[in-house]
Write a protein that binds this ligand. Structure first.
Ligand code: DQA
Length: 147
């Protein structure tokens, strides 16, 4: 099983970006933790980050040929992007939406997501653990051909 992990805008700044909100781990630290969890679950992972909406859409389309599901932190595009929603629906792969911060407890504009209602699940508020819990949930939703 192969999962593609997608990080949206500004997530490459992790570690120095509002550490009180997002923690002190860098994106490299986050990806290492995901890789370790993936190894424990016996799944392959690949990573992609972009600050550009179009690049994210292109990646989803390309990666859908090889990935069984997507673990997505869409960053601010969560709250703005119909295009990202359409792309995730269009590639017909299950996905889990994750956020480091508790988006429900922040500014009102962060309470709405264009993705949550079409996601397999959503995890937010647990820092790096959101990704690890989300990965577990996503893997549990994808049928294993060997079972
Ligand atoms: C975020 C939450 C979003 O509201 C914000 O725009 C981000 C990060 C999170 O991981 O908590 O860029 O997705």
């Amino acid at each position: 099983m192969r999962i593609a992990v997608v990080h949206g805008p500004n997530l490459r700044l992790l570690g120095r970006r509002e550490p009180d909100v997002y923690g002190r781990e860098t994106l490299t630290d986050v990806n290492s933790a995901i890789e370790e969890e993936a190894r424990a679950l016996g799944v392959e992972v690949e990573f992609f980050q972009s600050n550009h909406e179009g690049a994210l859409l292109d990646f989803l389309e390309d990666a859908s040929a090889r990935a069984d599901g997507f673990l997505v932190n869409p960053g601010a595009l969560t709250h703005t992007s119909v295009a990202l929603r359409d792309a995730l629906l269009g590639v017909s792969r299950p996905f889990v939406e994750v956020h480091l911060s508790n988006t429900a407890g922040r500014e009102p504009f962060r309470r709405h997501s264009y993705l949550s209602d079409v996601a397999s699940g959503v995890v937010f508020g647990f820092g790096v653990q959101s990704y690890l819990l989300g990965l577990r949930g996503l893997v549990s939703r994808i049928p294993n051909p060997n079972e």
